[in-house]
Design a protein around this ligand. Structure first.
Ligand code: SAM
Ligand code: SF4
Length: 332
């Protein structure tokens, strides 16, 4: 499917739950969130129906996310069903707390790649950032993911000023020993505690810090160009087993290359992470709409994709350039 700006839309991110077993400071308030009612969360079969139709329209990649996807009951069976839909790529984003238990099952269900969110390599600090998370469980999950053959294993690090930005070099050094792709993600003004605007650190600054301890060499694709692996700019330290990626939605937004739609846990199809406006799929489905009608709604979402979070006329109106949703209902 091409959108108005001739971008090929072939990627759908599906948030299967807004529930989470952690409360990361930049994602959720301390007290948690008022959760979506059980009946308002899409059922697995409703999600599968949407993916099946989206597949016909050209969606070939699906990422399952949350909230924390591994806390939703029946997730392994859902992933196995997803695996029968003829997609080229199924991946999962998780905080890794339950990965040790699930790695084997989700691998055999057909998930090719996992991204694990991990913001600190220090157990106490990790517990503070996540408000109670157990770093050792995540590290065991990563080991198990490696053992059962996930490749690549990506580690998402959101940098928060004065909280974990001093660990940039340690994370970069992790790629010397481990075949991981460590990706630094710029903090976005969505969710979490209020007043966190001054917690942003740009990826250019992180690149400079890493550059002081070792040169970063662009990772080339088979075709000789830099591989962006989605929106990431990717590099390798000399002799490293793994790769370092920078995802910079704030300092170098990648809207011009955006290829994605997002399905929220309660059935909203979202054309842009940062600009509100969703097409409700749950209501029509529960009123018995046909596949053709659903197809039309998906096309409508594609055609409503803005040119960019900062470039569209609508987005220039700052009151519309915001995300009223919490990240945990959209899935990042
Ligand atoms: N619970 C899973 C996890 O943490 O990986 C999946 C859902 S989480 C919302 C998806 C990703 O969004 C995580 O990598 C998380 O770090 C990131 N994220 C959440 N809030 C963010 C924010 N305000 N800015 C940047 N990334 C954020
Ligand atoms: Fe939960 Fe993921 Fe949000 Fe952390 S980032 S609170 S793990 S949904």
């Amino acid at each position: 499917m091409l959108d108005k700006y001739k971008r090929e839309i072939n990627y759908l991110r599906v948030s299967i739950t807004d529930r989470c077993n952690l409360r990361c400071v930049y994602c959720m308030p301390k007290e948690g969130l008022s959760l979506i009612g059980h009946d308002d969360i899409l059922k697995y079969e409703e999600m599968l129906r949407i993916v099946r139709i989206a597949r016909k329209l050209g969606i070939v990649k699906v990422r399952v996310t949350g909230g924390e996807p591994l806390v939703r009951r029946g997730v392994a069976d859902f992933l196995a069903e997803l695996g029968t839909l003829g997609l080229e790529d199924i991946s999962l984003t998780t905080n890794g707390i339950l990965l040790e238990t699930f790695a084997e099952r989700i691998r055999s269900a057909g998930v090719g790649r996992v991204n694990v969110s991990l913001d600190s390599l220090d157990p106490q600090r990790y517990a503070r950032i996540t408000r109670g998370g157990d770093l050792a469980a995540v590290l065991r999950g990563l080991e198990q993911a490696e053992r059962v053959g996930f490749s690549p294993i990506k580690i998402n690090v959101v940098t928060v000023k004065d909280f974990n930005d001093d660990e940039t070099v340690s994370f970069a050094r992790l790629t010397l020993e481990k075949p991981y792709e460590v990706r630094f993600i710029e903090l976005m003004p969505i969710g979490g505690e209020k007043g966190s605007d001054d917690k942003y650190v740009s990826n250019d600054e992180l690149m400079e810090r890493i550059g002081r301890v070792g040169s970063l060499h662009p990772v080339e694709s088979a075709g000789g160009r830099q591989t962006f692996g989605g929106p990431a700019r990717r590099f390798r330290l000399v002799g490293a087993r793994g790769v370092i990626g920078f995802i910079s939605p704030i300092s170098h937004n990648f809207c011009h290359a955006c290829n994605r739609l997002r399905l929220t846990a309660d059935g909203g199809l979202r054309a842009c992470l940062m600009i509100d406006g969703e097409i409700d799929l749950k209501g029509p489905m529960r009123k018995g709409c046909s596949d053709e009608e659903l197809e039309q709604l998906i096309r409508q979402a594609v055609m409503s994709k803005p040119r960019g979070q900062c470039t569209d006329a609508a987005a220039e109106d700052r009151s519309r350039r915001k995300c009223a949703r919490e990240m945990s209902t959209i899935g990042g």
